[in-house]
Design a protein around this ligand. Structure first.
Ligand SMILES: Nc1ncnc2c1ncn2[C@@H]1O[C@H](COP(=O)(O)OP(=O)(O)OP(=O)(O)O)[C@@H](O)[C@H]1O
Length: 316
């Protein structure tokens, strides 16, 4: 599995070779399905002009059917990455590319991409005096009745609940039903299981895993809750100061020590990585100067990114 995570340059060579092999006689154009579900190259992003980047030279290629957990401390850049992959923000950095299902997410948004984040539940619109049944119908639930009913069961939702009278966790369940009832090819999850009770969370994770395996659908999931997650991912990746610390690691819960050379549960790996992040930050801070976040990031980027970083004009 690890061999499938080519760097982008290698992937392009590989793709050219494959395309040549696939070309039919008579130079008829061959159908060339996108090889990667999610692909970024040299993705650097600043939330505001003249501020340090929140993402720094992210190069990522996630295969169809993969389920990747993003692991990183608060402020590592996980939400920013997911929002950009969902096309919610325009990236203007020179040389940065983001493709989901082979399409530019912002300019040519592909179908079948679902983003679920925490801000939804804060929206006053979903706190109105309306029944769950009417709410789900208003967003097209009747068109996906079979999946909707399955999700209502998994998430233990009562159609008679009223949206303005339910708890945060119940509202989260309605959001998940709303977001997941339309079949997705790429699912971007930003810590949406945080307020679910453990039984609903467990049922949801089983559903997502089974759905992803059956339809070769792809999941990228940022979370701080690692309990009960051990058998979920196919890959894990560590983010620190807006950059990736190494490439995504194939995850096999039965062989986790071999995969990481360290502790065996996802929880203990996350804990170890976050301790390393804190040590790294403290190291940088005690190097005789007070190090800004931007300076920290400049210290941590790989050598081949440095030229790009220094060339980057923050006014874009
Ligand atoms: N709207 C914004 N404007 C300016 N800076 C922002 C904005 N949103 C995030 N940032 C900055 O970008 C960096 C990455 O934030 P991000 O929310 O992506 O981190 P995260 O890994 O998702 O954190 P958490 O685990 O706390 O959700 C942080 O330094 C944060 O301060």
């Amino acid at each position: 599995m690890r061999g499938r995570w080519w760097r982008l340059g290698e992937h392009r060579d590989q793709a050219t070779a494959c395309a040549a092999l696939r070309s039919p006689p008579g130079n008829l154009p061959a159908y060339d399905p996108p090889q990667w579900a999610i692909q970024t190259s040299h993705l650097t992003y600043c939330h505001k002009p003249n501020t340090p980047p929140s993402l720094l030279d992210i190069n990522l290629a996630l295969p169809h059917g993969s389920r990747t957990i993003l692991i990183g401390a608060n402020g590592a850049g996980k939400s920013t990455l997911l929002q950009l992959l969902a096309g919610k923000r325009l990236v203007t950095t020179v040389g940065a590319e983001i493709e989901v299902k082979g399409q530019d997410v912002f300019r040519n948004t592909p179908a079948g991409v679902t983003f679920l984040g925490t801000e939804w539940a804060m929206n006053p619109v979903v706190r109105g005096d309306i029944s769950v049944s009417a709410f789900l119908d208003s967003v097209g639930g009747y068109r996906h009745k079979e999946r909707r009913d399955l999700l209502l069961d998994i998430l233990d939702i009562d159609l008679d609940w009223r949206m303005h009278q339910i708890s945060d966790g119940e509202r989260r369940r309605v959001q998940l039903c709303f977001g997941l009832m339309v079949p997705w090819d790429v699912l971007l999850l930003d810590e949406v299981t945080v307020d679910l009770d453990v039984m609903v969370r467990d049922a949801l994770l089983s559903f997502l895993k089974e759905d992803s395996e059956r339809r070769q659908a792809t999941i990228l999931y940022a979370t701080h809750i690692f309990d009960g997650l051990n058998s979920f991912p196919t890959h894990i990746v560590h983010m620190r100061f807006g950059a990736f610390v190494g490439e995504p690691i194939p995850w096999d819960p039965t062989n986790a020590i071999a995969a990481t050379g360290g502790p065996s549960s996802l929880y203990s790996i996350a804990l170890q990585w976050l301790k390393e992040d804190r040590e790294k930050r403290r190291e940088l801070e005690t190097e005789g100067q007070r190090v800004s976040r931007g300076a920290r990031r400049e210290e941590t980027i790989p050598t081949d990114s440095e030229t790009f970083y220094r060339k980057y004009d923050y006014s874009h």
